[in-house]
Design a protein around this ligand. Structure first.
Ligand SMILES: Cc1ncc(C[n+]2csc(CCOP(=O)(O)OP(=O)(O)O)c2C)c(N)n1
Length: 312
């Protein structure tokens, strides 16, 4: 296991998303990508599904990516990185790439490109056992096309296609359990992380880069526009997601669940919800807030029960 980098070391690494990209002020994914790229000791090849990240970072003829980077469709980030990784293995077999040369392959997608339309490509790549890391930046809606709900959008959130109003309180369905779906492929490493707990995130990334086979890390990605909060509150919102257990930090390594962070004092989920415009219609709807709290508590208690258990 490689040691965790300090923030200073990470900042000094030249590999990272270059300044000058056009992400919104306060967007969380530039930090996510800097950590993802900066944590690798090896050259990196990225396939990036269409979505906000791809759109803002590669406006022709510019690119903010200092590594090999492939823009792919909404649906096939994992399929494309599978092909690249297979080609790399073939080139090694032919002696065109040296046996000891290590390259890290990463597919990156938003929640729409992962939970929804890219799910079949992801599932196929996991099942075939390609040696790659899938990074999901989970901003919980289709932000790039105008904040439409996705299957990652939380219960009760208002989006343009699940608007809160007189006859609705926002999205009526629960989030899809993507971590459990991915884990059901019995891959070596699955984790959930947050930029607010950067030491944990870097540790997870560096661990993933050393593991052979498919890896999946889901990172919460607060969105200033879609969630509705002030630009300087991004890390705070991500932290509240963790401290309320709305977004628990955990990993499943070789089938063993591990809860990585147990808040000393679990904050009520209300403190996370009511900081955001997408939930502002819940003010005065204590019944719905209680329902959300119940869902959070159930999931957290289930995780605590699983902590330390080997499930496959
Ligand atoms: C097959 C297909 N359907 C729809 C689209 C239109 N489209 C482009 S990006 C996008 C939303 C992306 O959402 P997400 O993956 O959550 O990323 P975000 O924009 O939130 O970063 C959609 C619907 C498309 N490009 N391809």
């Amino acid at each position: 296991m490689k040691r965790i980098l300090s923030l200073k070391e990470l900042a000094e690494r030249t590999v990272g998303l270059a300044s000058g990209h056009r992400a919104c002020a306060g967007c969380s994914f530039p930090s996510i990508i800097r950590m993802v790229l900066g944590s690798s000791d090896y050259p990196v090849v990225v396939s990036n599904a269409t979505g906000c990240l791809e759109v803002v970072s590669t406006i022709y003829p510019y690119s903010a990516w200092p590594c090999s980077w492939i823009h792919v469709a909404f649906e096939n980030a994992a399929a494309v990185i599978s092909g690249v990784e297979a080609a790399y293995k073939a080139l090694k077999r032919r002696g065109e790439i040296k046996e000891d040369k290590k390259i890290v392959f990463i597919a990156i997608g938003g929640d729409g490109g992962t939970y929804d339309i890219g799910l079949q490509a992801l599932s196929g790549a996991l099942e075939r056992g390609h040696n790659f890391l899938y990074v999901l930046y989970d901003n919980q809606a289709y932000m790039n096309t105008g904040i439409q709900r996705s299957s990652a959008t939380p219960f009760g959130a208002s989006t343009t296609t699940s608007p809160a109003g007189k006859s609705s309180f926002g999205k009526i369905q629960d989030r899809k359990e993507i971590i459990e779906i991915v884990a059901a492929h019995k891959i070596p490493y699955v984790a959930q992380a947050s930029i607010s707990h950067w030491g944990d995130l870097i540790r997870k990334l560096r661990k993933a880069y050393e593991i052979e086979g498919p890896k999946f890390i889901s990172i919460i990605a607060p969105c200033v526009i879609g969630w509705g909060y002030k630009e300087d509150e991004t890390v705070e919102i991500a932290r509240l997601a963790v401290e309320t257990c709305f977004w628990p930090l955990y990993e499943i390594e070789e089938g063993v669940y591990r809860v990585n962070y147990k808040p000393k004092e679990k904050l009520p989920v209300k403190t996370f919800l009511l900081k955001q415009e997408r939930f502002s219609h819940l003010i005065g709807r204590d019944d719905l807030i209680e329902e959300i709290q119940k869902k959070v508590d159930e999931k957290w208690e289930k995780l605590l029960r699983l902590d330390g258990l080997k499930v496959f």
